[in-house]
Design a binder for this molecule. Structure first.
Ligand SMILES: NC(=O)c1ccc[n+]([C@@H]2O[C@H](COP(=O)([O-])OP(=O)(O)OC[C@H]3O[C@@H](n4cnc5c(N)ncnc54)[C@H](OP(=O)(O)O)[C@@H]3O)[C@@H](O)[C@H]2O)c1
Length: 368
């Protein structure tokens, strides 16, 4: 479909719609974050955003805020209005019924099977539709959703806390509190954005984490996933004491788990040498509606995700401490024997977070 450079005024109003979409950052999962502005002669008369799956889409929230008095008005929306009946009616029909004159959108629906249908519906009803030629910001806030719709997999972030000398745990196994309060707060934001958090049984045994998102605002808690192996999560683990779903996954090659702790779910996957097939796990999470997945594991599972080529972003929080060579490294990757086999990344952001430094890397061959 043809995209158009927008006027300055249209750009400003569409930017506002994208900013509104951000308000759903922690809550819309598995749906995309979407914002909508309705304006008459460039003056905003109603705006809204999608808050939660099953609740009003952004367009309906904006129509409601404008008391549906929008005949002849312009609509700015960060994602193509839907054309299908899901948990709510099609937004394209609601805009047609409301009699709006013009709809400006940041990007088409990334689902190739429905992409463009909302635009077609609006145009057939005589509404002028413009599609921005600069969808970058709108795509960025839904990068995981776009990947899931376009490629059937979620965006996988790997987060690790390390010392200045690249150690993730001391030789006695202790690793909690490598980084300071600000970095830990930042990680909770990252968790809150995620649909699923994945850790390994080694981390559960060493740290007994709660693995939930502790932020000051409303949050839809991510699914917590533990990859088990020869060892399994004990029934009194802290992960079972928090609200939200817990999914335990194990390798099919090992004797099956004797019972699943109450409140948890269990899935087994194909395996190699007693290790869960991580690609199958990631595909399964996409099938369960996960857009963004955060891996927060020890060096064994973190290295396995990297070796399997499943990581889209690495987030490293580095403290200004040194704990020496007896501490554990960041990634166990026994497959790499020579420098020619190195994996290369591109630094896209690096900034201080309290007394630590947060750096974000993308695999060189992937990009976003
Ligand atoms: N600094 C940080 O950011 C950070 C974060 C988390 C944890 N940690 C530290 O890391 C340490 C634990 O690390 P870890 O390496 O022992 O544990 P881990 O990476 O959390 O878990 C690894 C275990 O998962 C199981 N597993 C099943 N399928 C697997 C697969 N495909 N690939 C890899 N593992 C698979 C295996 O269990 P079985 O051995 O039972 O077969 C494996 O030993 C602790 O000291 C913890 O404090 C540090």
């Amino acid at each position: 479909m043809i995209t158009t450079p927008l006027s300055e005024q249209d750009t400003t109003l569409l930017d506002r719609a994208v900013a509104l979409a951000q308000k759903g950052l922690f809550t819309t999962k598995p749906n995309p974050r979407v914002g909508c502005v309705i304006a008459r002669k460039n003056k905003i008369i109603g705006e809204g955003w999608h808050v939660r799956a099953g609740q009003d889409h952004a367009e309906i929230a904006a129509l409601t805020a404008a008391n549906h008095d929008v005949r002849g008005a312009d609509v700015f929306v960060s994602l193509e209005p839907c054309s299908h009946h899901g948990k709510t009616g099609p937004c394209a029909s609601a805009l047609i019924d409301a009699g709006v004159a013009r709809v400006v959108i940041s990007m088409l629906d990334p689902n190739p099977e429905v992409s463009g249908r909302g635009v077609e519906m609006l145009r057939q009803a005589g509404i002028e539709v413009l599609i921005s030629d600069n969808p970058d910001q709108a795509r960025m806030i839904n990068s995981g959703f776009c990947l899931r719709m376009e490629k059937g997999r979620p965006l996988v972030r790997l987060k690790i806390a390390a010392t200045l000398d690249g150690r993730t745990a001391a030789s006695d196994g202790s690793s909690q509190w490598i980084t300071g309060d600000s970095a830990r707060k930042d990680v909770h934001t990252l968790r809150a954005m995620s649909c699923a958090l994945i850790t390994g049984i080694g981390t559960i045994r060493a740290d007994n984490p709660r693995l939930n998102a502790r932020v000051d605002s409303d949050v839809e808690q991510p699914l917590r996933v533990v990859v088990e192996g020869h060892h399994v999560v004990p029934p009194d683990a802290a992960i079972f004491n928090e609200a939200g779903r817990v999914l335990l996954v194990g390798p099919r090659s090992l004797p099956s788990r004797k019972g699943v702790p109450s409140g948890a779910e269990y899935l087994s996957f194909d395996s190699n040498h007693g290790k869960v097939d991580l690609e199958q796990l990631i595909k399964s999470l996409a099938g369960q509606g996960c857009n963004e997945v955060l891996v927060e594991a020890g060096p064994t599972l973190a290295g396995a995700f990297l070796s399997a080529g499943l990581v889209d972003e690495i987030w490293i929080y580095q403290s200004p401490d040194i704990i020496g060579e007896a501490g554990r490294g960041m990634f166990v990757m026994p497959g790499i024997k020579s420098i020619q086999e190195k994996m290369s990344f591109q630094l896209i952001d690096s900034r201080p977070v309290g007394g630590d430094v947060r750096s974000i890397y993308l695999p060189q061959e992937k990009g976003l």
